[in-house]
Design a protein around this ligand. Structure first.
Ligand SMILES: NC(=O)c1ccc[n+]([C@@H]2O[C@H](COP(=O)([O-])OP(=O)(O)OC[C@H]3O[C@@H](n4cnc5c(N)ncnc54)[C@H](OP(=O)(O)O)[C@@H]3O)[C@@H](O)[C@H]2O)c1
Length: 328
């Protein structure tokens, strides 16, 4: 496992990390999570991602129980949570958003569910148009000052708001955002490669990128329909099925996937490994958060960096020509 700096800060994360969206508490229980974390630790993974909004807080409970059972030294790995959506199916106005009250309470509740004394990384899961940015920055700064959060950041914020938060913090001598958590994969490049470009050199923002397989689309397994038990078949994720497959947009993306498949075959690897390795080529990626619903998938994905030597300049140019390019 290689380790990368989280932007300009002093933390080094494993280039492959592991997250729990959709899977934990739905497809993965605490016992299976424990096996998955064991595999991750053996491979050198040191970052596990979660959020208050995943399964209304239940995903954090599964992660907390599994990590506690494994009893690895707390200083050998990092845990995250995210605040914004709330941890109940129908949050009250004070139970969501990025105001001081919810940020403070959500942090305490996430620590309880995850069974940790502090969160290594804490993300504002989406921007909150109802809260002044300065209030959010102050609330995050206070959690850092109290030792409850080590690094705070954003997820899917427009670049201009990340810059506004950063500059507010600098001006007021507060701790600025360290990292952003954006989607990045062969089908979704635009925001990361174009909009976020100014964030890296000037502001030193690190990135923990999500959905390297576009929720499984980049395995190629949806090309002949929706496999039973797959993410797009799950109850409650009908919106995702439409987004991934059953829409003009989804079909256009499936055409791209079909065109990428022969590239992987020619290299003698799988499209999923190729797609994960491709994310690692970008030096502005600090860590790629893997998702998996089984030990077998996770074990396979953890081998992805082995594909990197096959990604010659010619292969990279081919992939760039086939994937919907930045600016398209
Ligand atoms: N900040 C945000 O807004 C945000 C949003 C989304 C995700 N995230 C984070 O990013 C993490 C990863 O995202 P993701 O789960 O969407 O990642 P992903 O890699 O795009 O998708 C993972 C899913 O693809 C399928 N899969 C994975 N490996 C496979 C393999 N080798 N063969 C066949 N199928 C395979 C599995 O679903 P099935 O087996 O069910 O088909 C698996 O759960 C999340 O857990 C979360 O921590 C953050």
């Amino acid at each position: 496992m290689q380790y990368r700096k989280l932007g300009n800060c002093g933390l080094k994360l494993s280039e492959l990390s592991f997250g729990s969206w959709v899977t934990f508490n739905k497809q993965v229980d605490a016992r299976l999570a424990q096996r998955m974390f064991g595999l991750c630790f053996d491979a050198g993974v040191n970052f596990f991602d979660n959020a208050e909004g995943y399964e209304a807080g239940e995903s954090e409970k599964v992660m907390g129980a599994a990590l506690k059972a494994l009893a690895r030294p707390r200083d050998s790995y990092c845990v995250s949570s995210k605040v914004f959506f709330g941890a109940t199916p129908r949050p009250m106005p004070t139970q969501m958003g990025l105001g001081r009250k919810h940020i403070t309470e959500a942090c305490h509740q996430a620590m309880q569910r995850l069974k940790v004394d502090y969160l290594d990384l804490y993300f504002c899961h989406r921007p909150d148009p109802d809260t002044p940015i300065g209030e959010t920055v102050w609330a995050m700064h206070n959690l850092v000052a109290q030792g409850k959060v080590l690094y705070w950041g954003t997820s899917e914020w427009p670049a201009h708001l990340i810059i506004e938060a950063f500059e507010f913090a600098e001006k007021n001598h507060l701790v600025p955002p360290t990292m952003e958590q954006p989607q990045y994969n062969l089908l979704d490049r635009e925001r990361f490669e174009v909009e976020y470009a100014p964030l890296f050199d000037r502001y030193g923002i690190g990135t923990t990128v999500w959905s390297p397989l576009a929720s499984g689309a980049l395995t190629g397994k949806y090309l002949n329909g929706i496999p039973a038990g797959s993410r797009a078949s799950l109850e409650g994720y009908e919106w995702l099925k439409k987004h991934m497959v059953e829409s003009d947009r989804g079909q256009a993306r499936m055409n791209v996937v079909a065109s990428l498949l022969p590239v992987a075959e020619e290299l003698g690897t799988s499209l999923s490994r190729l797609a994960i390795a491709w994310c690692l080529l970008n030096p502005n990626v600090s860590t790629v958060i893997l998702g998996a619903s089984s030990v077998e998938q996770l074990a396979d994905n953890l081998e992805a960096a082995g594909v990197l030597p096959l990604l010659t300049e010619a292969v990279q140019e081919n992939l760039a020509a086939l994937s919907p390019g930045a600016g398209e």
